[in-house]
Design a protein around this ligand. Structure first.
Ligand SMILES: [Mg+2]
Length: 311
């Protein structure tokens, strides 16, 4: 199916499209805001969706923040919404362990930040301290010994600015335990840094390091894994995939999540992927690339406002 630019839709088409969904799941960075600033028009569209009776969920692969921090951000930038409408991968990691009945006498080793440990606190799961750990340095590896906690039974890999040899060693060692659980929040390779010279490694690079050292693959919680939609459905059973719109700026995470779950999709051009890319994928002979084509495209989310304000 080719992608339809919203500028090429008649008012009638926009109206029937709008009536075809009652739940909106939207990515945050690159759709709603860039850094600390809202993208012009995005807050108004989200609020208009709510006025029109749509339920809005914010879904992000970022694992560094607890939902409370996101709640503060959506409030400050004028998007509104409740805490349970915010789903980040730190929250997903805690929910996943809780849902699979993780033994609360056991502990988690976290290669990540306070966003994850705060979410673990909320569900009463214990973990080892996070932060810098450079326990082994300039040592003969053959004579290396490291204290391991006998109670660790799961490893969560997320974004960790203090990742180190010692942390990889510990994570891999814990993951060699029989039955241990290995979760990764997401595999985004880089943080988008438009117009800057630096390349910021994303969570995917940390996850790859742990995965390689451990010699096993994690359960990846973030988009495009369907878990993110499944948790919305679990919390709100009335949500139907075919009546849900997934909005994102990145095809291989946001749009693919939509495709993987049977959702409708809208891509906006204010973040990672452009309309030119979409055109390339449309004419590609690679079926994987064809799957990245969204149903609809808008240059920015705010462009919808004019089209839906009088409906
Ligand atoms: Mg994004």
């Amino acid at each position: 199916m080719p992608c339809t630019h919203i500028n090429h839709m008649s008012d009638e088409d926009v109206k029937s499209w709008l009536n075809s969904f009652d739940t909106v799941m939207t990515d945050c960075d690159g759709v709603l805001w860039v850094g600390a600033e809202a993208i012009q028009g995005s807050p108004q569209v989200i609020n208009r969706f709510r006025e029109l009776g749509k339920r809005v969920f914010f879904v992000t692969n970022n694992s560094t923040k607890h939902r409370r921090e996101y709640k503060q951000k959506v409030d400050t930038l004028g998007f509104g919404g409740d805490l349970d409408e915010i789903i980040g991968t730190a929250y997903l990691a805690a929910s996943y362990l809780e849902d699979c009945g993780f033994d609360k006498t056991k502990k988690v080793y976290v290669v990540g930040s306070a966003g994850i440990t705060q979410e673990l606190d909320d569900v009463g799961i214990q973990y080892l301290p996070i932060g810098p750990d450079i326990g082994v340095e300039n040592r003969d590896l053959a004579s290396l010994t490291v204290d391991l906690d006998p109670h660790v039974h799961a490893v969560i890999a997320g974004m960790d600015l203090h990742i180190s040899f010692t942390k990889l060693l510990k994570a891999a060692s814990y993951l060699s335990r029989e039955g241990s659980i290995f979760i990764a929040t997401n595999t985004d390779a880089q943080f988008p840094m438009k117009g800057k010279e630096i390349v910021v490694p994303g969570t995917g690079s940390m996850v790859a390091a742990v995965e390689t050292a451990a010699g096993r693959k994690p359960i990846i919680l973030g988009k495009p894994n369907p878990l993110m939609f499944e948790i919305v459905q679990k919390r709100h059973p009335s949500v139907k995939p075919e009546r849900t719109l997934m909005i994102g700026d990145r095809a291989d995470t946001d749009i693919l999540l939509g495709k993987n779950c049977g959702l409708q999709t809208l891509m906006v051009g204010t973040g990672v992927h452009s309309l030119e890319k979409v055109k390339d994928w449309e004419t590609s002979t690679d079926s994987e690339e064809q799957r990245l084509v969204p149903d609809k495209f808008a240059d920015r989310l705010g462009d919808l406002l004019d089209r839906i304000k009088d409906l």
